[in-house]
Design a protein around this ligand. Structure first.
Ligand SMILES: Nc1ncnc2c1ncn2[C@@H]1O[C@H](COP(=O)(O)OP(=O)(O)OP(=O)(O)O)[C@@H](O)[C@H]1O
Ligand SMILES: [Mg+2]
Length: 275
């Protein structure tokens, strides 16, 4: 793809909870953009443990897939550290079509980092405890997420068992900001067996691969929703504030988010809940 042909994409994968799949999704989503979409992709790992960067460092190498373990930048998590991280991500974005940043969210990371991203993917299980934690995080960050230039929020149910079709736990919750619900990522041993070796997009298990691709395609489609549409989504959710929740549709047990015009939300964003 020619440089400048498409707007460069900056994706944050973050949640304050540990073990929800931030690093696994970051590394494998990066592989999707590099391998399936042939886009120059950089994964920036801001976590000290370096799980996602290790995956890419040690797995099958691909020309378009790069990584950078840059946790030192935010080690002190002060304003200078965040400023440096911002500059680092911006610089990477000048050189790559897609930049994916993996970081465990903490209040010290702050609004300033959040606002430079186009998309914020929040992996979560569907347990009530984890959903409440995610909702708490969104509530804390609502002032930043209500700003016009804030990233679109994508919630990704992860480690979902193929037979788990109901998303009632999600529909029962009230979310403080609009979000897009991506297709869920199924629980699969491949996330362990392929770690540091290869990627889910190359999995021999067709169902696992296809389900993961659905998630990736949804992320891509979400990146293509125009700013105007996103703004309309926000306005609609403001107008619908009486309903308090931006989750406006629950079709066959799956929540659909707050679109101004539902038909304009890519179909892939909706999780049919089909295994
Ligand atoms: N879809 C999945 N199916 C099965 N196992 C998964 C899936 N996603 C992640 N895991 C497993 O869950 C564990 C935690 O995943 P991961 O390290 O990606 O989470 P994390 O949110 O980055 O954790 P941390 O907070 O420690 O950085 C790992 O053992 C990983 O293999
Ligand atoms: Mg991690």
């Amino acid at each position: 793809m020619k440089s400048g042909a498409v707007p460069r994409l900056k994706i944050l994968v973050s949640n304050q909870k540990g073990g929800v799949g931030k690093s696994s999704l970051s590394a494998n989503l990066a592989a999707y953009f590099a391998l399936e979409r042939q886009m120059e992709t950089m994964l920036i790992d801001l976590d000290r443990q370096g799980t996602s960067s290790s995956w890419i460092r040690n797995a099958v190498q691909h020309e378009r897939l790069k990584f950078d373990h840059a946790s030192d930048l935010i080690r002190s998590a002060n304003r200078l550290g965040i400023f440096n991280a911002r500059c680092h991500i911006r610089d990477a974005s000048n050189m790559h079509e897609v930049v994916i940043t993996d970081v465990t969210w903490s209040p010290a990371v702050g609004f300033e980092l959040l606002e430079i991203f186009d998309l914020w993917i929040i992996p979560t299980s569907l347990s009530e405890l984890e959903l409440l934690s995610t909702i708490g995080l969104l509530r804390d960050l609502k002032p930043a997420l209500d700003r016009p230039r804030s990233p679109k929020v994508l919630i990704t149910p992860n480690k979902i068992h193929p037979f788990q079709r109901k998303f009632d736990s999600m529909a029962a919750q009230r979310f403080p900001v609009p979000f897009l619900l991506t297709p869920s990522v199924i629980a699969s041993k491949d996330f362990e067996t392929l770690y540091q070796k290869d990627y889910i997009v190359s999995s021999a298990k067709e169902e696992v691969r296809q389900r993961f691709l659905m998630f990736c395609e949804a992320v891509w489609q979400a990146s293509q929703i125009s700013v105007a549409d996103t703004h309309a989504m926000r306005q609609r959710s403001d107008v619908g504030a009486a309903a308090a929740s931006p989750v406006v549709g629950v079709a066959r047990g799956s929540a659909v988010v707050a679109p101004a015009e539902p038909m304009r939300v890519p179909a892939m964003i909706r999780d049919t809940g089909q295994a």
